[in-house]
Design a protein around this ligand. Sequence first.
Ligand SMILES: C[S@@+](CC[C@H](N)C(=O)[O-])C[C@H]1O[C@@H](n2cnc3c(N)ncnc32)[C@H](O)[C@@H]1O
Length: 264
Amino acid sequence: MSDSERESGDQGAAEAAAWSGSEGARAFAALEAATDWLLGYPFVFRALARRRIGAGAVLVDYGCGPGKVAGHAARLLGARVVGVDTSPEMLALARASDTGAAEYHLVDGGRVAGLADGAADAVMCSHVLASLPDEEAVLAVFREVRRLLRPGGPFVLLATDPDRTGTEYASLRIGEAGAVHAPGQELTVRLRRTDGSWQEVRNHAWPVGLLPGLLERAGFRDVVQHRPTVAEAGEVADPALVGSRPWAAERERPPLVVTTAVAA
Ligand SMILES: C[S@@+](CC[C@H](N)C(=O)[O-])C[C@H]1O[C@@H](n2cnc3c(N)ncnc32)[C@H](O)[C@@H]1O
């Protein structure tokens, strides 16, 4: 959200900042996410495949948004994907655009309605932490994910590193160059839309080094973090996307981190 939009009290822009409401859902669905499809989602899918999450497995996509990633995972892995989200509008978009590959449920009061303890063989969660304002909210999500997982089930978390400030990536820029953010502090992230224009959103900074401790407090063990590189993307991402541009910034300072943990 620009200063002028904030000052004018533009409701659509305010909703888009939190991806809530119908404006927010539509705004998120209009993003390109090229950097995520290069250095993020394919590595989440690979982490799940390496833990034998495939046909017959129940995979929850926690904070699934408009369902693009959930649908892709269902087709790629053959798992039964259950997308869950706090936004009814996001879920409506997901249901409308899905080809039946995944099913969708509301997160209400911090709990996924209709999913029993241990119902999931695996959980993935991409770019949800940035919406969470404080440590209690992060822990609440991790604890609900832990409730859903069977013991030993993997949790794969994709997040942007808030320390990678100021760099112009293909589809994002995080905050201002040189800025340092305390845990949970707000920062502005610019995200590229499919029409080439940019959307500004207010996110919360969650330093990736904090995540292992928070996961352990929520009942996870064996936390491993990996920062995917462009060289590795050649093995897992769409070859057309890999060859579509030089990815100079992504090569120099890869911005995404995949954190994998196991339900204790
Ligand atoms: C940036 S979008 C990411 C969507 C999807 N994971 C992706 O990567 O394309 C963040 C999503 O998380 C949802 N969300 C925010 N807080 C949540 C919470 N506490 N529990 C579940 N979903 C949440 C939002 O409604 C939104 O759909």
